[in-house]
Design a binder for this molecule. Structure first.
Ligand SMILES: [Fe+2]
Length: 484
C-alpha cells in the first residue's frame, strides 16, 4: 500500500514539474517532444534508459526527482546522446546510481521545453507484476487508439504493474508518420511506465528499433534488425530475444540465450520474443517461425525456461507445458503463450495447421480475435463473438507462484472479459547458475553461414514435407477467402 501511495503521489507531482509551461505542440520552429520511452537498461534496481525525439536539434537535458519533489539529478550518473534520425532528432539518456524501490519522476527536454514521466525501480522483493501486449502494428491514429484502449484496460486491471512488455510490431512500416501516430496515442502511457520493448519484423526497418529505445545492447548479437538483452526483476530473470536475427534466430543468438539462462540463479526464467513457434495463424506456415520449434525450444528445454511470451500471429494461443515438443508435467516444461494482438489487425485460424505443424495434444487454449472462434476440448468449431477485441495479458509472480490472466476488450461492448488464466507453481531456491563470464556472441560470417545451414537443413528436412502436405488445404482456403 505504501508503494502504491508513493506512486500516485509521484504521478500527481510529475505534472507539477511542468509548471504549466510544457508545450509539446507549439508554433512552427519551436521544440516539440514526442516518442517518450523509459526502458530497463542494466540493473532494474539502479538503472534506467530514457529516450525521446525532438523535431529540431536541441540539448539533451534530464532531471530526476525523488518522490516528485527532491531533485536528485546531481547524485546520479547520466550519459546522454543526441543524433539526427530521419529528419528528427533522437535523444537517449542512460541513468545509473538510482536507489532500489523508489518511484522517481523525470523531466526531459532542452532545458526550457519539458515533458515528464515516472518510473519505479525494483525493490528486490519476490513480487513482480507486469502487463504484456503485442502487435498493434497500426498505420493510422484510429488503429493506434484501439491499442491505446487495450493498454488502458490492462492498467485498469493491473494499475501498479512494475513494467509492461510490448512484444513487437509497434508500427506497420516504421515511418515517421506512423511513429507520430504511435506517440500521439501512447506517449501518455509510456511516460507513466517502464517498457520492455521487443523487436518485431515490422520494427526492424533500417535500425528504427535501436533508434527508438535506450537499451543496454552490450550483449546484443547485432542491432540492425532489433536487439537482444536480459535483466532481472525480483526473482525473475527475463531474456528478450530478437527473432529478426538471421531470418528467425542465429546460432550466435541461441548460444547467447543458452549462456544467459544458465547464468542466473533466479527462480523464474521468462523469454520475450516476437515470432511464435506455436500458432494457428497464417505466419506459422513459414520456416522462419516454425524453425523456433526446433532451435529456440531446444534451448528452453535445456535451460528450464518456464514461460515464453511472443506475438507475430495476431491471435491468442497457449500451449501445455512442453519439453521436446511433447506435453510434460508442469514443473518439467515450458509454457508458450502467443499473447494476442492489442490492436485491430487480427487473424483467423488456419485449420490446416493443427496436427500438421504440431499436434493438437500440445495446445491448451486458442482464441481468434478476428471472428471469435476458439479452440476447446480438442476442436476448433467453437464460436463466441464477444472474443472480438484487443487482447492484453497480466502476469503476477509471488515467490513460487506465477499467475497469468489474459483478457479481451470487446469491440462492441467495450467490456473486459477474461479468456484464459493459468497458474504455475514451482519450488524456489533450487536454481543455480552454471555459466559465468562474458556472454558477448559475435554475428560474423562463420555464424551467418552456420545459421543459414541450420535453417536450410530444417526447412528441407522438416518444414517442406509439412508445407507440401498442407498445400491442398492451403490453396482451398486461399480460393475461398483470398488469404494465403
Ligand atoms: Fe510480426
Amino acid at each position: 500500500m505504501k508503494k502504491s501511495m508513493f506512486k500516485v503521489l509521484s504521478v500527481v507531482l510529475c505534472f507539477a514539474l511542468l509548471f504549466g509551461g510544457a508545450v509539446s505542440t507549439s508554433a512552427e520552429g519551436s521544440v516539440e517532444i514526442s516518442r517518450i520511452h523509459c526502458t530497463v537498461n542494466g540493473d532494474t534496481a539502479t538503472q534506467r534508459g530514457i529516450s525521446w525525439f525532438t523535431n529540431v536539434e536541441t540539448d539533451t537535458v534530464v532531471e530526476i526527482y525523488s518522490l516528485g519533489l527532491i531533485n536528485v539529478t546531481d547524485a546520479l550518473t547520466i550519459e546522454t546522446e543526441c543524433k539526427e534520425w530521419d529528419g528528427n532528432y533522437m535523444h537517449k539518456a542512460d541513468i545509473s546510481g538510482l536507489t532500489a524501490g523508489v518511484t522517481y519522476t523525470y523531466r526531459i527536454g532542452d532545458g526550457e521545453v519539458w515533458e515528464s514521466g515516472t518510473f519505479t525501480t525494483d525493490n528486490g522483493d519476490n513480487i513482480v507484476n507486469f502487463v504484456a501486449v503485442a502487435d498493434i502494428q497500426a498505420s493510422s491514429l484510429e488503429n493506434f487508439e484501439v491499442g491505446q484502449a487495450t493498454i488502458n484496460a490492462a492498467f485498469e486491471k493491473m494499475p501498479f504493474a512494475d513494467f509492461y512488455v510490448n512484444l513487437g510490431d509497434f508500427t506497420n512500416d516504421s515511418t515517421n508518420e506512423e511513429w507520430d501516430y504511435y506517440a500521439e496515442a501512447m506517449d501518455g502511457i509510456n511516460a507513466a511506465q517502464t517498457i520492455i520493448p521487443v523487436a518485431g519484423n515490422h520494427d526492424s526497418n533500417s535500425g528504427w528499433f535501436d533508434a527508438m529505445f535506450a537499451l543496454d545492447t552490450t550483449e546484443s548479437v547485432q542491432t540492425n534488425n532489433g536487439v537482444n538483452y536480459s535483466f532481472d526483476y525480483g526473482n525473475v530473470h527475463v531474456a528478450v530475444v530478437n527473432t529478426n536475427d538471421m531470418i528467425a534466430i542465429s546460432n550466435a543468438q541461441l548460444t547467447w540465450l543458452e549462456n544467459d539462462m544458465n547464468s542466473t540463479d533466479k527462480d523464474w526464467k521468462i523469454v520475450f520474443m516476437h515470432k511464435s513457434p506455436y500458432s494457428l495463424g497464417k505466419d506459422i506456415k513459414w520456416p522462419d517461425a516454425c524453425y523456433l520449434q526446433e532451435s529456440l525450444a531446444a534451448v528452453c528445454d535445456e535451460t528450464n525456461v518456464d514461460l515464453v511470451m511472443s506475438g507475430h500471429d495476431h491471435m491468442y494461443v497457449r500451449t501445455k507445458p512442453l519439453n521436446d515438443n511433447k506435453v510434460v508435467d508442469q514443473e518439467d516444461g515450458t509454457t508458450y503463450i502467443l499473447a494476442g494482438t492489442a490492436g485491430s489487425k487480427r487473424y483467423e485460424f488456419r485449420k490446416f495447421i493443427l496436427d500438421n505443424y504440431f499436434s493438437q495434444e500440445i495446445l491448451d487454449v486458442a482464441v481468434s480475435q478476428a471472428n471469435g472462434e476458439y479452440f476447446a476440448n480438442g476442436n476448433l468449431d467453437n464460436l463466441d463473438e464477444t472474443n472480438k477485441g484487443g487482447v492484453f495479458n497480466t502476469v503476477t509472480v509471488v515467490d513460487g507462484v506465477l499467475h497469468i490472466e489474459s483478457y479481451v476488450v470487446g469491440d462492441e461492448s467495450g467490456e473486459t472479459k477474461m479468456i484464459d488464466e493459468l497458474t504455475i507453481v514451482k519450488a524456489t531456491g533450487e536454481n543455480t547458475a552454471t555459466f559465468t563470464g562474458e556472454n558477448v556472441q559475435k554475428s560474423n560470417i562463420a555464424d551467418m553461414a552456420g545459421s543459414l545451414a541450420s535453417l536450410a537443413k530444417y526447412a528441407l528436412g522438416t518444414w517442406l514435407p509439412m508445407f507440401l502436405r498442407t498445400l491442398p488445404d492451403l490453396l482451398t482456403e486461399y480460393a475461398a477467402t483470398g488469404t494465403f
